[in-house]
Design a protein around this ligand. Sequence first.
Ligand SMILES: [Zn+2]
Length: 303
Amino acid sequence: MSTRRYLGVDLGATNTKMVVLTIPDGAEPVIESVGSVPTRGDAGHEAVLTRMIDVFNERHEQDGPFIALGMGTPGLFDSDGVVEIFTNLPGQWRGVPLQSILDNGLAMPATLINDARAFTLAEGRIGAGRGADIVVCMTLGTGIGGGIMMNGDLFWGATGRAGEIAHQTVCPDGPQCGCGNFGCAEAMARSDRLAANAGRRTVKEVFDGVAEGDERCAAAVESAGKYLGIAIANAITFLGPHRVVIGGGIAAAGDAIFDPIKRSVYEHVTLVDHDLIDIRPALLGSEAGAVGAALAAADRVPG
Ligand SMILES: [Zn+2]
């Protein structure tokens, strides 16, 4: 029996996660190791990419060989791998030919994937979505990502953009979103909006406030849950998923955020029996994006 090994990385604003994923023939993928290196995003795209390529090649030499590398990135790129939008990373990333920079510098083939799609691929196949045919995923954090998995594969739609669950309009009079639209679920419930609505500096402080009975914190969380719930309710009504998986930093608050989301979902889903609604927390933790990137690389370069 042969075993294939892949390096999965998730380029984050602060840290870049790295996992080694082993795929034995005819068996489930195994997460062999996890780690992370500082991204040092402030240095700008050239310095970040030069350093990261060195780190990845070093890993390939010392711990490889890997069949391919998958890279989850916080944004969108065109079909040639040229960056269109990179959120939450400082500097001028727009227009950077990321795929060709990786192809020129890396000692192994590289596959790019949006980080939320990578999260969806990982959770859908080997995490909380495992065993379900149609899975809708949402990852709550600095931004809010999403994805759709159908029968084990990501669903991209005709546009390649299907699955942007948090860029549905849920409040037409709401503030402008980073995508340009007004009142997206992301604009209503991203972590900085939640903290600002609660009058706290961080999301952790908001949930501490909720635990202490602070009314403004509770109202801010209820509001975030309401708008996220509307986005999920729309997905349930329109798509009919077997399961909805929610992960990311804010989801770590557990029932404090899941309960308001579920209340809103039940309020807004009228055409589906509520017993058929299956909303679960993600299982793979903060490495899900890197795991999904490795899975994407394995799909593209089977070995
Ligand atoms: Zn948006």
